[in-house]
Design a protein around this ligand. Structure first.
Ligand SMILES: *Cc1c(COP(=O)(O)O)cnc(C)c1O
Length: 376
């Protein structure tokens, strides 16, 4: 047997359950719609959903139908909201899914099918309050939303909107979106008694309690990352990172003073050096932007990345580190001793957001699930 290429991604399901408990407390027990799109942000949608379902989550949000079907085939019983796909009524009914509708056409397709089968399909309705992506436009939707009652084959059981400034650095626009949603709710909710109104992503869960409404819809914070990359006024205390990423050495080499390292010769050794060659590169989702500025952890100490990150390999300077050998595990994201590297750290260094870091590294096939609970 050969090892699968790339780093090892460890998923700590006890940290996930812990984050869910933190969230549950913050939102005073409101229903939690756990967003598990993109393979649960690279953490593995099935394992994550099974753990959250056992922990008492209200429902799940996925982007596309195929993701919803994957959850059903794995035995997930709670409601699954299909956030982005155009409606496919046969599949929606067969797998008991809850589509999110964005216009009258979506409603008509679902309603006609349901009436032909003599059933009703539950739907949630997306309102565009400023995300500019999907949904009924906030400034011309009151009548349209009220008139959805003409589609007798659907039952509207929820209304949602989405914030466009995920980190809410300046909350003015988020507040506008919130005001728009509240106004619509005041006019429309009497026609849909019992419908669930939900808006809050992780950033809003953490920083905008007025957006919590009847349910919350977080993703990233469940995985223990802060959505606030560039600011720290938001209290994310108590969230534990769920994903750890480790790599191994393919070689450890002595290199003399004055030698160039990797493509473009962007690093020249300034002393006789000990250099570790790691089996991880940008093909594994490790950002090339980390060249010469990132670091890893070896035996509880930081080792700087030197030279360019390659497709499959990355070089680190081990000269100041002791007590390791070619079998020592190297931490790319995670903690070891006093040292810690988060997905947010890598995002800040490589000019992106933690979402992209975890979804990229999470595509690696080498996954280990820790603290899995076995339920019947
Ligand atoms: C991704 C997404 C979320 C979750 O966002 P986080 O920032 O990860 O909490 C919620 N709602 C919608 C519509 C989304 O696309």
């Amino acid at each position: 047997m050969f090892a699968v290429r790339g780093p090892v991604v460890e998923i700590d399901l006890s940290a996930l359950r812990h984050n869910y408990a933190v969230l549950d407390k913050r939102c005073a027990g409101r229903p939690v719609i756990a967003v598990v799109k993109a393979d649960a942000y690279g953490h593995g949608a099935v394992a994550v959903a099974l753990a959250l379902e056992a922990a008492g989550v209200y429902s799940f949000g996925v982007a596309f139908l195929s993701e919803a079907v994957e959850l059903r085939l794995a035995g997930i019983k709670k409601p699954v909201h299909v956030l982005f796909d155009s409606p496919n009524p046969e599949a929606i009914v067969r797998y008991a899914l809850t589509p999110v509708v964005r216009n009258e056409t979506d409603c008509r397709i679902l309603s006609d099918y349901a009436l032909s089968k003599n059933i009703r399909i539950k739907v949630h309705v997306d309102i565009d309050t400023g995300m500019g992506r999907l949904g009924f436009a906030y400034d011309e939707c009151d009548d349209k939303l009220i008139n959805l009652t003409v589609f007798k084959g659907i039952e509207v059981t929820g209304f949602m909107s989405h914030f466009s400034e995920a980190d809410l650095h300046n909350r003015d626009f988020a507040q506008h979106q919130l005001d728009r949603f509240i106004e619509i709710r005041e006019v429309v909710s009497q026609y849909y008694k019992g419908a669930l109104w939900h808006f809050a992503n992780s950033a809003a869960v953490l920083s905008l309690p007025a957006s919590h409404f009847d349910a919350v819809r977080p993703g990233l914070m469940l995985y223990g990352c802060s959505p606030m990359v560039y600011q720290s006024d938001i209290n994310c205390d108590g969230l534990k990172p769920v994903m750890t990423v480790k790599s191994r050495f393919v070689d450890i080499r002595k290199v003399s003073n004055g030698k160039s390292i990797s493509y473009g010769r962007t690093f020249i050794t300034k002393r006789d050096s000990l250099i570790g060659v790691l089996s991880v590169g940008y093909a594994d989702g490790y950002p090339r932007m980390l060249s010469n500025i990132g670091r890893v952890i070896v035996n509880g100490k930081y080792a700087p990345i030197i030279g360019r990150v390659c497709m499959d390999l990355t070089m680190v300077d081990l000269t100041d580190i002791s007590d390791f050998n070619e079998n020592t595990e190297v931490t790319l994201i995670g903690s070891d001793g006093q040292c810690k590297i988060t997905a947010c750290d890598l995002a800040a260094l490589s000019g992106t957001i933690p979402y992209e870091i975890v979804t990229s590294l999470g595509r690696n096939k080498n996954k280990k699930y820790l603290y899995q609970q076995h339920t019947n």
